[in-house]
Design a protein around this ligand. Sequence first.
Ligand code: 5GP
Length: 201
Amino acid sequence: MHNIIVISGPSGCGKSTLIHQLLAEFPELNFSVSHTTRPPRPGEVQGKDYYFVSASRFARMLQEDRFAEWAEVHGHRYGTSLKEVRAKSSKGRTLVLDIDSQGARNIKRQFPEAMAVFVVPPSLDALKKRLLLRQGKLDREARQRLAAALKELSSYAIYDYVIVNDKLAAALADLRCLYISYCRQTARNSDKVKKLVRRRK
Ligand code: 5GP
């Protein structure tokens, strides 16, 4: 059984901060490092934030069926490799994927036991403000991200849970609760109980 948590949300909803904090709290969690054709932003590290690859390398990987899922987002390709899923989502390890709704849909199709969480902003005004803060101005990229964010929001129905990220501490508490509930699912703990049942006989 794979242990997979998908966390999505429109650009500017604060999901990256939430993911970082969750990972810092639970060492058994592993971040899924995606491949992307997007160029690195200042401070991003190859192999830690993403595997930054050329368009031709990404196309070759696609041809070789090496992705569990992939999508085109904001004009660049992003994908989760099968290697990443296999290496980091079994034997007591849990994989956390920061992917968009197209990817979330594909992962849920292949791994129905995955938990998919959708992080949303408290209001559209708050989202606009956060995007503006990030970009500095409402330029073409910020406008594109805003349009994509609105489209992303309409995909909410594929997720198992929704977290409204108004105050970071409250949103993190929600995410922590969801993770703990996920760990306590019967399917993930049946071995422990089976042992007790066997001893009783
Ligand atoms: P950014 O360029 O801001 O890092 O990411 C843009 C969007 O791409 C985000 O919504 C992020 O969740 C999504 N993304 C990142 N990696 C993947 C991936 O491997 N697959 C899919 N489907 N989306 C991804």
